[in-house]
Ligand binder design. Structure first.
Ligand SMILES: *Cc1c(COP(=O)(O)O)cnc(C)c1O
Length: 424
């Protein structure tokens, strides 16, 4: 069959029932799977046969949903993780070990910033953060002989910088390392980073993919394009024998699936951050309407951003759909059909006025969440980033007066009316 379009993949990819099987993806609510001979089971443990044996490593419900996400991104394989945090950790840790180093955009989600800068440092893995808008030369200067990857976020949460994916891919490949892109905010409906040279994509599926705020989850997707063997010295974990699997070498045994197989067979086996099949089922329901929800989020966010930009109580607005926005041109290039539903802005009067405004909203709820069907709002300086001083906030690119407004899929006029009464 000819290559299917994203709308069709959202609805149908991943689960293709055969005669008499359920039309809807079943929840394989089982920790374990049965075999007929001891020999059959032994071959699974040696990675000589593929098959399910224990849900900490793989589960059919999860795999069907991961296959849908891989199809949407245009990758060769994917895995679901218990959270977006686990996805980003696995994506990097699969190719970095103690003594290694990697380079990351500084414009990334706060949780990822902590994971990279604090927790991974305790594991002996160092990161250098770079300004994603810096020149090729400045970013290349951060690379070292032991650098193993470059990391960025397509649209950063909460500061909404748009990543120049082609530039980052060019830099990563000139240094012989893969580019990993967190594509949570645009989703593959609005941007497919592999088409611009990224090698690995991650998601917090907690956000638009689930879309209904029911399940925390994540995903790692591999394009299968990075030539690991060309840089075999850099990636011994993929290109040299794995002692925990009788000396099997992933690149030789699994080709384009080497990276995903190692992440499953080694990281899931040992660290165990698998998504529950129940959550994967709910995520799949969300994915079935992702192509309908994303345009509505973008249309509503554009209307909200345009309203805010014209309001004289508003000090500033960031939304790449606004023509004057710093990232308008990059967004037009990478996301011509719209970016995401998140708008950030500041009110005249700063931090105190921001808090009063938020307390006055009726439709938009104050929640620690974003990218949900329901409009919600957060003040990072008072909530997610409250341990930071104003100086540290600015260094992280988060203005103390920044309001993160996640526009849902309700009626835009109703959302704007709520903003208007709260501003009043
Ligand atoms: C929320 C988020 C994460 C973390 O995901 P969780 O599912 O909350 O663990 C990572 N990256 C981005 C861009 C996010 O918005």
């Amino acid at each position: 069959m000819k290559k299917l379009n994203p709308e069709t993949l959202c609805v149908q990819a991943g689960w293709t029932p055969k005669k008499g099987e359920p039309r809807v993806l079943p929840i394989y609510q089982s920790t374990t799977f049965k075999y007929e001979t001891s020999e059959q089971m032994a071959r699974l443990f040696d990675l000589e046969d593929s098959g399910y044996f224990y849900t900490r490593l793989q589960n059919p419900t999860n795999d069907a949903v991961a296959a849908k996400i891989a199809a949407l991104e245009g990758g060769v394989g994917a895995m679901l993780t218990s959270s977006g945090q686990a996805a980003n950790f696995y994506a990097v840790f699969n190719i970095c070990q103690a003594g290694d180093h990697f380079v990351s955009s500084s414009c990334i989600y706060g949780g990822t910033y902590n994971l990279f800068g604090v927790t991974m440092k305790k594991l002996g893995i160092e990161v250098t953060f770079v300004n994603p808008d810096a020149s090729d030369e400045e970013i290349i200067a951060a690379f070292r002989p032991n650098t193993k990857c470059l990391f960025g976020e397509t649209i950063s949460n909460p500061t909404l910088e748009v990543l120049d994916i082609e530039k980052f891919a060019r830099i990563a490949h000139s240094q012989g390392v893969p580019l990993i892109v967190d594509n949570t905010f645009p989703t593959p409906i609005n941007c497919r980073p592999f088409e611009w040279g990224a090698d690995i994509v991650t998601h917090s599926t907690t956000k638009y993919m689930d879309g209904h705020a029911t399940s925390v989850g994540g995903a790692v997707v591999d394009s299968g394009n990075f030539p690991w063997e060309q840089y075999a010295d850099k990636f011994p974990g993929l290109c040299q024998p794995d002692e925990s699997y009788h000396g099997l070498t992933y690149t030789q045994a699994f080709g384009k699936m080497a990276y995903m197989t190692k992440a499953t067979a080694q990281l899931m086996r040992d660290l165990g951050s698998i998504q529950s099949p129940q959550n994967a089922f709910l995520l799949n329901l969300g994915l079935e309407t992702l192509h309908l929800r994303m345009p509505q989020h973008c249309k509503n966010a554009q209307a909200v951003a345009e309203y805010l930009a014209k309001n004289d109580k508003v000090a500033w607005v960031n939304y790449s759909g606004l023509e004057g926005d710093k990232y308008h041109a990059l967004a037009q290039k990478y996301m011509p059909n719209g970016s995401c539903g998140v708008v950030t802005f500041g009110l005249k009067g700063g931090r105190d006025v921001a808090i009063r405004f938020m307390d006055s909203l009726k439709l938009a709820a104050i929640v620690t969440h974003v990218a949900d069907a329901r409009t919600c709002v957060l003040h990072p300086a008072s909530h997610t980033h409250r341990q930071l001083t104003d100086e540290q906030l600015l260094a992280a690119g988060v203005r103390p007066d920044l309001i993160r407004f996640s526009v849902g899929i309700e009626n835009a006029a109703d959302i704007i009316a709520d903003i208007e009464q709260a501003l009043g």
